[in-house]
Design a binder for this molecule. Structure first.
Ligand code: HEC
Ligand code: HEC
Length: 241
């Protein structure tokens, strides 16, 4: 269940878009961020993560070679069910996904155990990622987001987050969702989506729609929905306990 503040999430949605835009441009490894400054930013991560030759798992997994690494793939570390699921769905840590996760871990993976408020400052994220690149095998050749992952929409204006959904319409649309998601909120392998704050739901659906979240079925489901339909579904599922 997501727990970010509403205004934080609004900022986050814009952040997802900024990151998606970033993915469209060509980024040379030395053009994002300042690795020296990133070493200082990494102090915020160091209570839980190590990098370098002697790095071991602590509260969180070691982060060597994180660029191009499949999510939840350090086999000596026990991950949350949610991050493990994201990994088996095909989440690979590239620049865009790392940026989104560090900005707000729960936006990318709702049930992650990374108990970290996120780095809201874009420069901090760029810098810490530049630092982490130093610990990737081949820093000159790091996979960026695939061109196919570029979103068709490049804009999620505040109006989208402000849309008030019609729960009756949402109930009608939501019957299809309930072939997989349990209406009673139980999690039988597929995550529960009831009782979420509307904004969390809307941001998660747009993250699938923009392919920032990797799951192909959900990308397809969300890709077919208009902004109004997403708002209606948020209103309906948000009202279910
Ligand atoms: C309070 C502890 C904590 C802090 C602080 C923290 N993390 Fe994490 N991090 C975790 C945990 C725990 C996980 C595993 C999450 C899961 O299993 O859902 C994780 C997972 C990750 C992953 C995914 C790793 C993988 O193998 O898939 C990345 C990348 C990451 N953290 C980066 C960072 C960075 C960069 C920072 C600092 C800006 C940071 N984290 C701060 C605890 C923390
Ligand atoms: C074919 C089965 C299926 C259908 C139909 C489906 N979903 Fe999903 N949904 C999933 C799976 C599997 C996941 C977990 C994906 C992942 O790990 O990212 C998911 C994840 C989600 C999430 C994020 C949950 C989380 O914990 O982060 C939301 C929100 C969501 N679905 C909403 C919907 C809505 C709304 C519909 C209907 C328009 C829908 N889904 C239809 C299978 C489905």
């Amino acid at each position: 269940m997501m727990s970010g503040g509403i205004s934080g999430l609004a900022g986050l949605a814009v952040g997802i878009l900024a990151s998606a835009l970033l993915a469209g441009g060509k980024l040379a490894a030395n053009e994002i961020g300042d690795a020296d400054r990133g070493r200082d930013v990494f102090r915020a991560c160091a209570p839980c993560h190590q990098v370098g030759a002697d790095a071991t798992n602590r509260v969180g997994p070691q982060l060597n070679g994180i660029f191009g690494r499949k999510a939840a793939s350090v086999d000596t570390y026990v991950y949350s069910k949610s991050l493990a699921r994201a990994g088996s769905d095909g989440l690979i840590w590239d620049l865009v996904r790392l940026d989104a996760y560090l900005e707000n871990p729960k936006a990318l993976v709702s049930g992650t155990r990374m108990n970290f408020r996120g780095l809201k400052d874009k420069q901090d994220r760029d810098d810490v990622l530049a630092y982490l690149r130093l610990f990737s095998d081949d820093p000159a050749n790091i996979p960026e987001a695939q061109p196919t992952a570029r979103p068709a929409e490049v804009d999620l204006p505040p109006e989208i987050l402000a849309l008030v959904g019609d729960p009756d319409y949402g109930e009608y649309l939501g019957s299809e969702c309930q072939t997989c998601h349990q209406g009673d909120g139980s999690d039988a392998g597929i995550p529960a989506i009831t009782g979420w704050p509307d904004e969390d739901f809307v941001v998660a659906m747009h993250a699938y729609k923009q392919k920032v979240r990797p799951h192909p079925v959900m990308q397809m489901m969300a890709g077919r929905l208009s902004d109004e339909e997403i708002a209606a579904l948020a209103a309906y599922f948000g009202g279910l306990e």
